[in-house]
Design a protein around this ligand. Structure first.
Ligand SMILES: [Zn+2]
Ligand SMILES: [Zn+2]
Length: 238
């Protein structure tokens, strides 16, 4: 689904995969569950693109529903693979991957993890760096939003007030913006703090990893979500 002339949403891969289309090549932000590469490649074909045009794969964090197609896509395209240094070892398979807490972890271990292939991260990025995609609008500024995983990043495009949020928050079916379910968060208070920290950014377009993108007029719902997250961090008076 085309959200903007140069930004697409590839849905149907559990988490939202975003595609940036530029004359110099394609950038994928996240890659869905294991087995999603096929669907992503089919989408590329449907808009007249080929795998070799994928120059960059940005992984917002190490979770299996975001990195599942990365190894196959990188192998096919030779794309640069970008992630934060803290999540890189899990993505590369040299450290244990975060799993949900509770009984769901058993399902993940039995069903998903055996299908997941590690992928080499060829460029590690941290807060304050700017990636050259959509440079006419200021490029993608790396924001660190630890908590959901400790090495999660979001990407902010200042010229369009647009945020690729990863799982910094989710957009629920009821239209609420809130943090991911607790069982998926490494550290829920830090997850709340990261959402609250987004008050520094004017966000008109919200592109999260789960739930519907808000293409315009995201400022009011974002402000509400940020206020709720910030409020829940304030120590309660006894
Ligand atoms: Zn996640
Ligand atoms: Zn996710």
């Amino acid at each position: 689904m085309q959200l903007f002339p140069d930004i697409h949403l590839i849905d149907g891969v559990t988490s939202n995969t975003y595609l940036i289309v530029e004359p110099g090549g394609l950038t994928l932000i996240d890659t869905g569950m294991p087995g999603s590469a096929r669907k992503i490649l089919a989408y590329l074909r449907s808009i007249g693109k080929v795998p070799a045009q994928v120059r960059t794969v940005i992984l917002t964090h190490q979770h299996v529903d975001h990195v599942g197609g990365a190894a196959e896509l990188a192998a096919l395209s030779g794309a640069e693979v970008i992630a934060h240094p803290v999540d890189t070892p899990a993505i590369e398979g040299t450290a244990a991957r975060d799993l949900p807490s509770g009984p769901l972890s058993l399902v993940f271990r039995a069903v998903l993890m055996p299908r997941l292939r590690p992928v080499r991260v060829t460029r590690q990025v941290t807060a304050g760096e700017t990636l050259p995609m959509l440079a006419g609008d200021g490029g993608l500024r790396v924001i660190e939003t630890p908590g959901h995983t400790l090495g999660q990043i979001a990407l902010y495009l200042p010229g369009r007030r647009l945020l690729f949020a990863g799982d910094t928050y989710r957009h629920t079916a009821k239209g609420e913006i809130t943090i991911p379910f607790k069982m998926f968060n490494y550290d829920t208070p830090r997850t709340l703090a990261s959402l609250a920290s987004l008050h520094e950014y004017a966000i008109n377009t919200s592109l999260p990893g789960h739930g519907k993108p808000i293409v315009r007029d995201a400022a009011a719902p974002m402000a509400r979500a940020i206020a709720v997250a910030g409020g829940s961090l304030t120590p309660q008076r006894k």
